[in-house]
Design a protein around this ligand. Structure first.
Ligand code: ZN
Ligand code: ZN
Length: 148
């Protein structure tokens, strides 16, 4: 599959981190970039298999997604149904930021801000502890889904 100009930055980041660039890796990055959507490993396996023209092993898909997560290209979405879903971060080299996920169309938008200082200040002042990490998942209806 042809790697578009825009996905080259992701491939470069992966290569710099020693990730082996296989056809499955390239296809997953291209697919998530093009759709801008959240997908489960199973859905990704099915769609990417269709694009590549051969059946990708589910274990291979999980391995690829683990590598992409480690490299900070892909983020995971947590849902109460227990199924892990994945999406591409469009600005992986931007510092602390978050993502808005539309629960109707499953499209992801970058939220290039983080207001976690407020939480850290509270924890320091009230609990006399320090915050090392936080996880914020923003879900709702996107502008076009709200109009429906
Ligand atoms: Zn991002
Ligand atoms: Zn939507």
């Amino acid at each position: 599959m042809h790697t578009g100009v825009k996905t080259e930055q992701f491939i470069r980041i992966l290569r710099n981190q020693g990730c082996r660039i296989t056809p499955v890796v390239t296809s997953v990055v291209n697919y998530l970039f093009k759709t801008g959507m959240v997908r489960s490993a199973q859905e990704l396996r099915d769609d990417v298999s269709g694009l590549l023209g051969y059946q990708v092993n589910l274990a291979t898909m999980y391995r690829v997604l683990d590598r992409l997560l480690q490299c900070g290209i892909v983020c995971s979405m947590h849902k109460t149904d227990g199924i892990m879903r994945y999406y591409l971060c469009r600005n992986p080299q931007q510092g602390e930021h978050h993502h808005f996920i539309c629960s109707s169309c499953m499209r992801v938008q970058e939220v290039p801000v983080c207001f976690s200082e407020g939480f850290s200040r509270y924890v320091e002042e009230k609990l006399h502890a320090t915050v090392d990490s936080h996880f914020i998942q923003l879900e709702g209806l996107c502008a076009s889904c709200r109009k429906l």
